[in-house]
Design a protein around this ligand. Structure first.
Ligand SMILES: Nc1ncnc2c1ncn2[C@@H]1O[C@H](COP(=O)(O)OP(=O)(O)O)[C@@H](O)[C@H]1O
Ligand SMILES: [Mg+2]
Length: 418
């Protein structure tokens, strides 16, 4: 598998593009055997979707489990989510037959050609049978159908936290009692089914926004306690170096140990996606200059000109969008300040600077306690890590990018009058 590691491309990876993560695969596999539901959390681009996809691929090959993968990134409400789960269960025949008969009224227009109908069309029909009044009941039926499979079902639900966040805050990022109630209902429904069908359906929830910070804001944290969390960490420098070596072998490049270590040093925190991006940019750079051997200078050049470039940034802009979505406008403003403060000080945000921010916020009538919430989110989402005298940017790439993007007209807090 790792002797001919192929480059990743734009999406999640499995099979001959998947590297490492043996320990996590083993852990998840054990949980599946034990019927333990998992909440897989990690910073974006860490490889959550890939890990789950690779596990499902292996489990499918072995034949002991049926697997269903659902992505809720585009779902707006529980009814959407349930229609999506139902439709993704189609490859599991016994389950699909049951879903089909349950939704027979809505599917009858397809008649005998139902197997040729596109998933998107089927979904529209199923979705039409689910509404704000009956989604719990319809959802229970879908779970009951899953539980009917002769093989236990591993149900992977990706990006659930995005739906939860959307339900909780709407388009204006504001938590209201109605929205809290709607979120509560969805999570209670999922929890009930997860418990009722334990052993028959195993859940793996994952997403690029942490579920805990979102639930914490709404006082709904208890809903997450039936899921055992699994945190996916960045690759160590050693693992990243081996990944780079495996890629180099596949594409006939010569990357010395020093060169590979230089890449890791520049990234500091080796998010697998950044390692892959680095390799890809370096590969293109060498190809343009007609060479196959990279030097440390090549690596630095590629870091400055490619990874920190506009092209490299498209990906990093994702970070800002997600941050805003999780925090809402006010807290997002605070987060921007704190991250920029850190970026202009070589990645470090001292306790002293935080105290000054708190004082400044208090004197302007703001909510000083919100600083703690913001720091909690920034730490939980992998932007900052605690150090003895404050915080530091985890990723050097993100730090440099943040500096380039927000640093120019920024006045550090100690230079401002309070
Ligand atoms: N195990 C892995 N092996 C090789 N590349 C990986 C691996 N995990 C992640 N990547 C890289 O990271 C990118 C993002 O992976 P993805 O699974 O979509 O992350 P997430 O779901 O956490 O956002 C992939 O396109 C690939 O470049
Ligand atoms: Mg993903």
């Amino acid at each position: 598998m790792t002797t001919h590691l192929k480059k990743a491309g734009a999406n999640w990876v499995d099979g001959d593009r998947f590297f490492n993560r043996e320990a996590e695969l083993k852990e998840l596999r054990e949980r599946v055997h034990n019927g333990t539901h998992t909440l897989l959390t990690a910073q974006r681009r860490m490889g959550k979707t890939s890990l789950v996809r690779e596990l499902l691929r292996q489990l499918e090959d072995e034949g002991r489990y049926a697997t269903v993968f659902v992505d809720l990134e585009a779902a707006n409400d529980p009814a959407d989510a349930i229609a999506e789960i139902a439709i993704r269960a189609k490859p599991v025949q016994a389950v699909w037959r049951r879903i089909q008969s349950f939704f027979a009224n809505h599917l009858q227009s397809f008649g005998g050609r139902i197997d040729e109908v596109a998933l998107s069309e089927l979904k529209v029909k199923l979705r039409a049978g689910i509404d704000a009044g009956n989604w719990q009941h319809q959802g229970d039926q879908v779970f009951a159908a899953l539980a009917l499979s002769e093989r236990p079902v591993v149900l992977a639900i990706d990006e659930l936290p995005i739906l939860v966040n959307r339900l909780l805050k709407g388009a204006d990022y504001r938590v209201t009692p109605e929205r809290t109630a709607a979120t509560d209902a969805l999570l209670a429904w999922l929890r009930k089914n997860a418990q009722e069908h334990r052993g028959e359906v195993v859940l793996i929830l994952s997403g690029s926004v942490g579920l805990e910070p979102v639930l914490r804001q709404a006082g709904l944290s208890a809903h997450a306690n039936i899921y055992q969390s699994l945190e996916l960490h960045p690759w160590s420098h050693d693992t990243s170096s081996r990944c780079l070596a495996a890629l180099a072998r596949t594409y006939d490049l010569d990357l010395s140990e020093d060169v590979r270590m230089e890449i890791c040093r520049l990234l500091r925190c080796c998010v697998p996606h950044h390692v892959q991006q680095f390799f890809d940019f370096l590969h293109q750079h060498l190809r343009r200059t007609g060479r196959t051997t990279a030097s440390a200078e090549d690596v630095e050049l590629v870091y400055e000109r490619e990874l920190l470039s506009v092209r490299g940034q498209i990906d990093l802009e994702h970070y800002e969008v997600r941050l805003r979505m999780v925090l809402g406008d006010d807290a997002y403003g605070t987060a921007l300040e704190l991250l920029t403060e850190a970026a202009v000080h070589k990645g470090r945000l001292t306790d002293k600077a935080i105290r000054r921010y708190r004082a400044a916020l208090e004197s302007s009538g703001g909510d000083a306690a919100s600083i703690e919430d913001v720091l909690y989110s920034l730490e939980h989402d992998g932007y900052l890590e605690q150090q003895t005298d404050g915080y530091r940017f985890v990723s050097r790439l993100l730090q440099d990018w943040w500096l380039a993007r927000h640093g120019r007209f920024f006045t550090p807090i100690q230079d401002r009058p309070i």
